[in-house]
Design a protein around this ligand. Sequence first.
Ligand SMILES: [Zn+2]
Length: 80
Amino acid sequence: MPYELGRQYEVWDCPFCGQNTISIIHFPKSVNVKRSKTASLPGSKGFHVSPDVYVISGGCPKCGKAAEEVEKKFKSDGIL
Ligand SMILES: [Zn+2]
């Protein structure tokens, strides 16, 4: 299963309290998706778009933020 092989687990710093507590599942896109033309979406804000997919699998146990809140924060910071 190439899907399984490409999956990596990472731990990122919480954007709220700075502790290294956020569990991330990282799917490198090159492993399971055919190379596609660079799509620049009309209306995108000119962010650098990462070709990889990151799934936040857990919130922060230190400051109690949920995974969705962490994801929203990463997105607003342009990290995701
Ligand atoms: Zn935190």
